[in-house]
Design a protein around this ligand. Sequence first.
Ligand code: DQA
Length: 158
Amino acid sequence: MTAAATKVHVLNGPNLNLLGTREPGLYGTGTLDDLRRRCEAAAAALGVEADVRQSNHEGELIDWVHEAGRETAAGVSLGAVLNLGAYTHTSIALRDAVSGVSLPVIEVHLSNVHAREAFRGRSYLAPVAIGVIAGMGPDGYAYAIDALARRRAQQPGT
Ligand code: DQA
C-alpha cells in the first residue's frame, strides 16, 4: 500500500526569482515569496506541505525532478507542479527527466503562453504532463496542486 502523501513539489525555472519586478503586465506584481505562500496555503488546505523551489539552472532542475520522482514513487509526494519558464520551450533534457522517473506533473504558466509569441506555444514538457494550466496567474498553481491531490485520491498508488 502506498504511504499517505505528505507533500507536493512545486518547481520553478529560470527568471521566476524576478517575479514582482519582471514584466508586471505579464506576470503580475506578486513576488516568488507571495507565490510560495499561495502554494503553501493551497497545499495546507489539502493536508500536505508544498516544497516550493526555484532555480535558474537546468541541471539543478533536473536533479530536483529526479528527487521528486523518487519521493512520488515512495508515496511521499503527490507529484510536481512545474513552471519551467523558458526551459518549457527548449529543454528535451527536462522532459526526459520527467518521463525517466515517471513523475506525475502539471505544467503551469502564469501567463497565457498561447496568446504570446509563437515560440511559446511549443512545449517539450506538455506531452509527458498530465495537464497544462496557463494564463491563470498564481491561481493556476493552486488549481494544479488541487488536481494532483484529486488524482491521487482517485488513483491511489500512482
Ligand atoms: C512562463 C512563460 C514562459 O514562456 C516564460 O519563458 C517564463 C514564464 C509563465 O509562467 O508564464 O519564464 O513560464
